[in-house]
Design a protein around this ligand. Structure first.
Ligand SMILES: [Fe+2]
Length: 247
């Protein structure tokens, strides 16, 4: 007899564990007041095309897509701390998730995004775009090179600052599985002051968003490394902002 899990297609919707997620309405994170739903949610069945594809292949990627130090450089390299971010994408059983698209975007070293809606006083870096992407390899491993992003203020309450962070998106085997999260840096004192972090009710889930310094993967006299492993489902999963599958 098929169990509930094996009967379910790989990309099918699985209810999230709401115990580790912030409630939708959290006034300390001010914009949730207006955008949290007033009506109960509907679950929609995924269509076959959403579950099975399309998927990205190596053909779509450029040679510098996972090198944010060089992929926007014009007349020099971007200013800031050179870092490597790397890790594995696993499923809940510890199996690698191979050849899945991992995208990342971030502010520059001064905490400024290259985006027309970002009016923070810190300057744009002419040699830094802040976006990249890569595919995991057969072992589910990914890495990229970048500049450590700076913290930035935001209009929440007085002195609300975002800790340094990198935004991540992970595609599974189809668009409907897209997962979005943020990675933070070990030792950043702003993490525990952050309004978005404070509304996460599970401290272990918060810690899984914090990448430890990884000296073993650092390149001497060149680049520090941080390790960020992503787990797509189950008890040790990474907390995702738009969870469609897992937890
Ligand atoms: Fe951000």
């Amino acid at each position: 007899m098929a169990t509930e899990d094996s009967a379910r297609g790989d990309g099918e919707f699985i209810q999230r564990d709401r115990g580790i997620y912030p409630p939708a309405f959290t006034p300390e994170y001010k914009t949730t007041v207006l955008r949290s739903p007033r009506l109960s949610l509907w679950s929609l069945q995924n269509s076959l095309s959403e579950v099975t594809g399309p998927v990205f292949g190596q053909d779509e990627l450029g040679p510098l897509d996972n090198d944010l130090i060089l992929n926007y450089a014009k007349d020099g390299q971007p200013i800031g701390e050179r870092i490597i971010v790397h890790g594995h994408v696993h499923d809940e059983n510890g199996r690698a998730v191979p050849r899945t698209l991992v995208e990342f975007w971030q502010a520059n070293a001064g905490g400024r995004y290259r985006h027309r809606n970002d009016h923070y006083i810190a300057p744009i870096d002419p040699n830094f775009g802040g976006c990249g992407r890569t595919l995991t390899d057969d072992q589910g491993y990914y890495f990229f090179r970048t500049i450590k992003p700076g913290p930035y203020p935001w209009r929440n309450y007085v002195n609300s600052w975002r800790p340094a962070h990198i935004h991540f998106s992970v595609f599974g085997s189809g668009f409907a599985q897209r997962l979005i999260t943020q990675m933070y840096f070990e030792g950043d004192p702003l993490i525990w002051k952050d309004a978005m972090i404070k509304i996460i009710p599970d401290e272990d889930a918060i810690r899984r968003l914090i990448a430890p310094l990884d000296l073993n993967a650092s390149i001497p006299l060149d680049t520090l490394a941080y390790r960020f492993d992503i787990v797509l489902r189950g008890r040790w999963s990474t907390l995702f902002e738009n969870r469609l599958q897992g937890n």
